[in-house]
Design a protein around this ligand. Structure first.
Ligand code: TMP
Length: 254
């Protein structure tokens, strides 16, 4: 098979040139990192599961009118996406205190927040993705006020929708991270949801027991990491029947 040009390799994904102009192929790896890549590991089958989970969630979101970069899943580890200009921000939404919010402000993990909080982090590995305010974002031109308005409006819709979707399968959506991109179509620019939505960038707790089913199992060495990701897919009704051992799928053509 023809080799494709690799455009970018990140910590959990690789981007290849797509079959048509304006498209890319997003390949999901099993590699996992935490704490700005100070901790490294592999979660067997993660790439397959995240590809499927992200496809499912992006498709559901598109159905309610949230624009996304997702076009279609190609195979076990790859999806076709629209090429967008990534806005260098991580938009984090929190419904329940956890992680860096708890450690920074001393709010006990698990405390429900009186209202959802949106935070911004500047995507820059060298700086360790520092938290920034709107003032920094507009001052340094990472996004305009209009871009931010669009991102916040989309983020709140995503949060409402995903909170309900996960609650329906007995999962509390504690917090999550979104990324956005600019999509250019005939001189017009639209902000669309990009990257992925998966247990790598969400905190997902069993609604009854509080059991963690996300990357915190890896970050905090809680064990049963693969099982957490599988359980999320199983509850969403999208766990491939063959089971995770058979889900290696085609390897990336590099
Ligand atoms: P935090 O509590 O560590 O700030 O994380 C908040 C949410 O953002 C959590 O769901 C995990 C996600 N996240 C990422 O997707 N990428 C990151 O680099 C970090 C630090 C967090």
């Amino acid at each position: 098979m023809a080799r494709r040009r690799q455009l970018y390799e990140g910590k959990a994904k690789i981007l290849f040139e797509g079959p048509e102009p304006g498209t890319l192929v997003q390949y999901f790896k099993d590699d996992a990192t935490a704490f700005n890549a100070q901790k490294k590991g592999t979660i067997t089958g993660k790439g397959v599961l995240n590809n499927r989970i992200s496809e499912y969630l992006m498709t559901r979101l598109a159905e309610i009118g949230v624009p996304t970069h997702f076009i279609r899943r190609l195979n076990m580890r790859e999806q076709l996406i629209r090429e967008v200009e990534i806005i260098p921000l991580e938009v984090v939404v929190r419904n329940v205190a956890a992680g860096s919010l708890s450690s920074r402000l001393g709010i006990p993990e698990g405390q429900r927040l009186p209202r959802s909080i949106i935070e911004y982090y500047y995507k820059n590995d060298q700086l360790g993705d520092p938290m920034v305010a709107e003032e920094h974002i507009t001052c340094f031109g990472w996004a305009s006020t209009q871009d931010l308005d669009d991102m916040v409006a989309l983020t709140l819709r995503v949060n409402d929708f995903l909170t309900g979707l996960f609650l329906g399968v007995g999962i509390t959506l504690v917090d999550f991270k979104l990324e956005f991109g600019r999509l250019w179509e005939n001189e017009e620019m639209r902000i669309v949801l990009a990257d992925e939505i998966s247990p790598d960038n969400c905190r997902l707790w069993d609604a009854k027991t509080g059991e963690k089913m996300d990357k915190d199992r890896f970050r905090r060495d809680l064990g049963k990491v693969e099982e957490g990701y599988q359980e999320v897919a199983r509850r969403l009704g999208i766990l491939p029947e063959a089971g995770v051992r058979d889900m290696k799928g085609p390897e990336a053509m590099q």
